[in-house]
Design a protein around this ligand. Structure first.
Ligand code: FES
Length: 120
């Protein structure tokens, strides 16, 4: 199946998910299809206008992604728990180069010991 790559997602509770991602779809779609609670109900649905799809990409994989656009960077400025490797999953199109990507969803609590970016 050369149209599918596998990625690893740490959810908000720190649970690890192996997620199949289809080439050509957004990472947001891959993560949502896996049943991971990425996007709350009230979001922009992939229009780069909210932070509902905020993810933090591991240092080992950040360079494999397309560059963050100015619009994406601007939206991320308001994201809670923003990190230097923060991205919006709706703005990342899956391709074969991201096979093995590891990312985490930011914690919603203020307990830093639980925050996923400390794992990266
Ligand atoms: S779903 Fe709103 S920015 Fe990605």
């Amino acid at each position: 199946m050369d149209k599918v790559v596998n990625i690893t997602v740490f959810d908000r509770e720190g649970k690890v998910h192996q997620v199949p991602a289809y080439v050509g779809e957004t990472l947001m779609d891959s993560i949502r299809r896996a049943g991971i609670n990425l996007v709350p109900d009230s979001t922009c649905l992939g229009e780069c206008a909210c932070v509902g799809c905020h993810v933090i990409v591991s240092n080992d994989h950040e360079h494999k992604l397309t560059q963050c656009s100015e619009d994406e960077a601007e939206i991320l400025e308001d994201a809670p728990f923003v990190h230097e490797n923060s991205r919006l999953a709706c703005q990342i199109i899956v391709d074969k180069s991201i096979a093995g990507l590891v990312l985490a969803l930011p914690q919603s609590s203020t307990d830093e010991s639980l925050d996923p970016y400390f794992r990266f």
